[in-house]
Design a binder for this molecule. Structure first.
Ligand code: AMP
Length: 307
């Protein structure tokens, strides 16, 4: 089985949406990526850090999904990374209310020995120096390195972020962040500028408006599935990235054509994530639900015009 190495936050989140509010619940980029990638035939491991305030029940939830957590450090007496956010009524935008790095502030990642030759590395959202630190430990060049990031790191660690961006094949980023990173309003121009920074492939996530994949002159667009109810968009971007990286890991094919399918898988899994608060829906999700929604995606995007 191919191996996927996942880096990112494992966190406590407190979320407010127009439909309700949560106390501290399980969150974090690596958590969502891991849960999403667990729908593929692969081996995966998470490299991250939590404090000893992190409940065993949450760790079990990851291992129940066959995610290797030997690279998830638990710091004695430390506090887990905490993020809190409030969504606007359109659910497409949110304000970060609080970010407490806690144990993440001086985290030194350690890649498990048997994952130093992973086929795919998914550098989820977290400090760019930690993302670089993981790449430094790989003993074999991965077939694909995917990076996800957010405005927080552009604001507080831009030089380090630009360094790690140089080293990756694919970047997944949302539309506002692509504009901030490139200084271009047009997403086509933004993608071109970001490609000049290093990644050959740029995926721009547009929330309920789908996702775009750019590579040189090629562009592909995947819609988001129109859903009757969106409850909480937290983790949708990470779930998308986990589906993308998971599909590529399973299929061992890093061509542009195959990345189109990876984007559909990512969008499909993200469409489930938003249906309930936090990780709840991803935890209850079954493989046959994933397959049946893929059929909806296919009919949503298929047309037959004779040219
Ligand atoms: P998404 O909705 O896909 O952007 O991801 C939301 C998740 O990202 C939440 O579960 C948070 O714990 C996590 N998160 C929020 N801020 C950061 C940050 N600055 N670095 C890493 N992860 C973060």
């Amino acid at each position: 089985m191919n191996k996927l190495l996942i880096v990112g936050t494992v966190a406590f989140d407190a979320i407010e949406t127009p439909f309700g509010k949560t106390d501290k619940i399980l969150g974090g980029a690596a958590t969502y990526i891991g849960l999403s990638a667990s729908f593929f035939n692969l081996q995966s491991a998470i490299v991250s850090v939590v404090g000893d305030d992190f409940p065993q029940e949450y760790l079990d939830l990851l291992t129940d999904r066959n995610i290797d957590i030997s690279g998830l450090e638990v710091v004695k007496g430390g506090k887990t990374f905490f993020w809190s956010g409030r969504y606007h009524n359109d659910l497409n935008s949110r304000d970060t209310l609080d970010t407490q790095l806690n144990v993440l502030a001086d985290f030194q990642p350690k890649v498990p020995e048997n994952y130093k030759n992973s086929d795919v590395v998914m550098l989820g959202n977290l400090h760019p120096l930690v993302q670089s630190g993981v790449l430094d430990q790989m003993t074999t060049k991965p077939k694909l390195v995917v990076l996800d990031t957010m405005n927080f790191w552009m604001d507080c660690a831009l030089p380090e972020l630009l360094e790690v961006i140089k080293r990756v094949d694919v970047i997944t980023i949302n539309d506002e962040e692509a504009r901030q990173l490139s200084g271009e309003y047009s997403l086509v121009k933004a993608a071109a500028k970001i490609q000049e920074m290093g990644p050959k492939y740029v995926v721009i996530k547009k929330g309920e408006h789908g996702a775009l994949l750019f590579n040189k002159g090629n562009v592909f667009f995947a819609p988001a599935l129109p859903l009757e109810e969106v409850f909480d968009p937290t983790g949708a971007g990470d779930t998308f990235a986990g589906g993308f990286a998971g599909f590529i890991t399973q299929s061992e094919n890093v061509s542009f054509e195959n990345m189109k399918n990876a984007i559909i898988y990512g969008s499909n899994l993200a469409s489930f994530c938003v249906e309930k608060f936090g990780t709840e829906r991803m935890v209850s999700l079954e493989k046959d639900e994933v397959v049946s929604r893929l059929k909806q995606f296919k009919s949503l995007t298929q047309f037959d015009i004779e040219l």
